[in-house]
Write a protein that binds this ligand. Structure first.
Ligand SMILES: [Zn+2]
Length: 91
């Protein structure tokens, strides 16, 4: 079981959240070639260990969060708002 510490709602079970994908992906500019978009959207690594992911608190505050966790142990290291301006405001 994964429990996430939402900065707005407190600690919640992962069932309240929707996985949003790899948080380390940098998307190409809108006018980039189709191949660049294909690679950014569909080609993913499947890392073992510490990763950054995005999660949506769908059944809570509905905020997008940036979660750093271990894919093997499910240990959660940090949960921050995905929007950088909001993350800075909370620091
Ligand atoms: Zn929340």
């Amino acid at each position: 079981m994964i429990r996430l510490d939402c900065p707005f709602c407190g600690t919640r079970d992962h069932a309240e959240f929707a996985y949003g994908g790899d948080g380390s992906v940098t998307y190409p500019p809108l006018d980039a070639p189709t191949g660049a978009w294909h690679d950014a959207v569909f080609l993913r690594d499947n890392p073992k260990g510490r990763v950054v992911e995005t999660w949506h608190h769908l059944h809570g505050c509905r905020m997008w969060l940036r979660v750093e966790r271990d894919t093997v142990t499910h240990e959660v290291f940090s949960v921050r708002p995905a929007h950088p301006g909001l993350a800075e405001a909370l620091e």
